[in-house]
Design a protein around this ligand. Structure first.
Ligand SMILES: [Zn+2]
Ligand SMILES: [Zn+2]
Length: 412
């Protein structure tokens, strides 16, 4: 048999792959196989997110998870390379996933059309080697930061405004996003929260920020370049920022200070992977596993405050909600039976064993699919220990074609 006849379809694919990424291989340290194994979570598929996803697809990143709750509007089309007019009304994450596949057909991609703060399980953060943010508000950044720290994952934040921008790299256990927050940042965050406890979703969509496709491509370019270096185990901006002034075309790099009393520095010591998902396990079952490992004082801790119920002080009427507090609309606070009476808001984020909802599946008390529920022990020989229980029974559903048995790249 001559050599030509021995070429299999797999060889042809391999040849095409090598052609596609030929120029990268001229860079001495470049490892295309590493990028093709890499798992990246992109939160936000707006102006920055589009540029980030475009770059990752061009670079040959193998596995991509895209999360965004919004839909494409006409005003997005001037800043979003992956969207077309025909995408108007479609979910941004869906349209961006389609765009990524069009650029690099071999990319495995999953999209999540939901709220990254309230609906995205911590298991997705743990799945990722690196998280890249295309976000536009403090609350989402703080939530992503805390999620990344819990499961020990680096994240790369980007921020743009008019023609200026910055890219920041946060790697556990160095300085994090929360360490960089000023008094003023906290004030703005708290002010919005206390104004109306139930209106946080409005804050997430926030005001409209002026941006351009030119600055989003500059900042997303730096974010993705840092991601490539991180994935190769090279030194990065970790604990620092690249700051770009579009007016003067000046840029500089700054370093952050780590704050020892920062609440985000909470890396879970151990994560146990469970076969169950949010529909198939109850708080009672989970609590008993936690107590078997951490002793009788173990309690469960959810990542978000859950709105348990609303009670009317006038008619004593009670309504059970069980949804992440920030997701519930502000109108809900008014009693539907009484005239202009605000109802009392009852929330929880810990489960100690005396609650009357212990036998409901976790999904019914507001825990998102593929989440990691934390167990902590307050006293006894395990005092201060924390264990995460990953609800991996949901992984196939949430990860779709990204589900695989490959080991994560070890970066941190
Ligand atoms: Zn910190
Ligand atoms: Zn009432």
């Amino acid at each position: 048999m001559n050599d030509v006849l021995r070429i299999t379809p797999r060889d042809v694919v391999a040849a095409e792959e090598s052609d596609r990424f030929d120029r990268f291989k001229l860079i001495g340290w470049w490892d295309q196989a590493r990028l093709s194994r890499a798992r990246v979570l992109v939160v936000g598929a707006g102006a920055l997110g589009n540029e980030i996803i475009k770059n990752l697809a061009l670079l040959g990143i193998g596995q991509l998870f895209i999360a965004d709750m919004d839909r494409v509007e006409n005003s997005n089309l001037s800043r979003s390379v992956l969207f077309r007019e025909s995408d108007n009304g479609a979910f941004k994450a869906t349209a961006a996933a389609r765009g990524a596949k069009a650029i690099y057909p071999d990319i495995k991609v999953q999209h999540f059309n939901g709220n990254v703060v309230h609906d995205l399980g911590l298991g997705v953060f743990r799945w990722a080697d690196v998280v890249i943010g295309g976000l536009d508000n403090r609350e989402a950044r703080l939530s992503i930061n805390r999620s990344c720290w819990k499961v020990n994952r680096p994240w790369i934040d980007g921020a743009i405004e008019s023609i200026d921008g910055s890219a920041r790299v946060f790697v556990p256990d160095g300085p994090c996003y929360e360490c960089t927050m000023s008094q003023q940042d906290w004030k703005l965050l708290q002010m919005r929260r206390s104004c109306n406890l139930l209106s946080r979703p409005e804050m997430e969509t926030g005001g409209k920020t002026p941006t351009t496709p030119t600055v989003s491509s500059i900042i997303a370019g730096v974010q993705c370049q840092e991601a490539v270096k991180l994935l190769h185990g090279m030194p990065t901006l970790a604990g620092g920022a690249f700051v770009f002034n579009g007016v003067t075309a000046d840029s500089y790099v700054s370093k952050f200070q780590r704050k020892d009393d920062c609440y985000s520095h909470d890396i879970l010591e151990e994560i146990v992977t469970l076969d169950e998902g949010v529909d198939t396990i109850t708080p009672r079952e989970l609590l008993s596993r936690a107590q078997a490992m951490l002793g009788a004082t173990a309690e469960l801790e959810l990542a978000r405050d859950v709105l348990e119920k609303l009670i009317c002080p006038a008619c004593r009427g009670e309504e059970r909600i069980f949804a992440s507090l920030g997701k519930v609309s502000g109108d809900k606070v008014w009693c539907p039976r009484c005239d202009k009476v605000r109802r009392e808001v009852v929330t929880f984020h810990k489960i100690r064993g005396a609650e009357d909802f212990l036998d409901r599946p976790l999904a019914e008390i507001g825990v998102p699919a593929f989440d990691v529920v934390i167990a902590r022990s307050a006293a006894g020989e395990h005092a201060g220990r924390s264990i995460g229980f990953e609800l991996a029974g949901d992984a196939a559903n949430v990860l779709g074609e990204l589900l695989s048995s490959d080991e994560a790249l070890e970066l941190v």
